[in-house]
Design a protein around this ligand. Structure first.
Ligand code: MTE
Length: 322
């Protein structure tokens, strides 16, 4: 297993995919005649290794636990052009049109706050820390639409274990990247950077995925590249994008949507078909899949993940803690 403390990971040299492939071809082309190519090939990382991953690069993955089967996967084209990423505008199409201005390299994630092992980790190190799994999850937005997306990542719990939270750490706060120069469409009313949070046991749940990719490739910028979380039993806004800080805190953190409209967007925000949003029903959702027009399906409690997570809320009134 890789160790995040290893000096090998102190810094990273990142090569864009095209440049890397060109360099590779040049090296192989030149050496093939001399019969040395196979020797060199052994010393270079295989194509697709995350050390050289860049926009829409293939990721080496293995089949993951908790993957849905038997549901129609939303085509990538739809999942990457119908997004919420308010830093790039408020219309669903805005992120795919505008997010190319975000610089996702170099990128680091700071582990900080109440933990024994605070550390700022560079992205390539983070991606290599644990094997990347393919996990097809239901993803349900609070606005009553949903998708089936094959995400790529590993359990956030792995990184939390590395950070080694102190017993006083009860919540995990996520802070997204914000740079007004790269995000000129961000509405000032929202109070960026985007902030989200989970209770420690929610963050440690094996379903909570530290996500680097989707559809077998690195995330598109509009999906929250280069790293986000996916919390599949909660409304989509709990799944913070383009994360730069993961902070361990004692008290329930303030979060973007909850601050803005506590009566509409609760801190817990578990998918709950019996608790309506004040302005619309949550009993159904529009499933965005291969059909020309989205069709309506009943919403499942905890988005269908009750077996894995209902016990986290035993004894809690989920109409009060919505
Ligand atoms: N993260 C950041 N930084 N900014 C955002 O505006 N929107 C949230 C969540 N994470 C958001 C964010 C909301 S409201 C949803 S529904 C999901 O991202 C959308 O994820 P998707 O665009 O990949 O479907």
């Amino acid at each position: 297993m890789l160790n995040l403390n290893s000096p090998e990971f102190a810094s990273s040299e990142i090569t864009p995919k095209e440049k890397f492939l060109n360099r590779r071809n040049l090296i192989f082309g030149g050496l093939a005649a001399a019969g040395l190519a196979s020797e060199v090939r052994k010393r270079l990382p295989p194509i697709g290794m995350p050390t050289v991953a860049f926009a829409a690069s293939k990721l080496p993955t293995q089949p993951g636990s908790f993957s849905l089967s038997g549901e129609i996967v939303t085509p990538k084209q739809k999942a990457t052009t119908y997004n919420n990423f308010y830093e790039f505008g408020t219309d669903k199409r805005d992120p795919s049109e505008n997010a190319h201005t975000m610089h996702t390299r170099p990128w680091t994630v700071a582990l900080e706050g109440l933990c024994a092992n605070p550390k700022t980790v560079d992205l390539d190190t983070l991606m290599r820390y644990r094997p990347l799994e393919d996990r097809t999850y239901r993803f349900r937005c609070v606005e009553a639409w949903s998708m089936i997306v094959p995400w790529v990542g590993y359990p956030l719990a792995e990184l939390i274990k590395f950070a080694n939270p102190l017993p006083t750490a009860k919540f995990v706060e996520f802070i997204s990247f914000f740079n007004p120069g790269q995000m000129p469409e961000a509405p000032s009313s929202l109070g960026f950077p985007y902030r989200e949070g989970l209770r420690m046991d929610e963050a440690m749940n094996p379903l909570t995925l530290l996500t680097f990719g989707s559809y077998g490739e690195t995330l598109e910028n509009q999906q929250g590249a280069p790293v986000r979380v996916i919390v599949p039993w909660k409304y989509g806004f709990k799944s913070a994008k383009s994360i730069v800080k993961i902070r361990f805190v004692a008290k329930q953190p303030e979060t973007t949507w909850n601050d803005l409209g506590p009566g509409e967007y609760g801190f817990y925000s578990n998918v709950n078909p019996t608790h309506d949003h004040p302005r619309w029903s949550q009993a159904h959702e529009r499933r965005i899949d291969t059909a020309t027009f989205p069709h309506t399906v009943p919403t499942l409690p905890f988005n269908g993940y009750g077996n894995q997570v209902a016990s986290l809320y035993a004894g809690m009134d989920l109409n009060k803690f919505y």
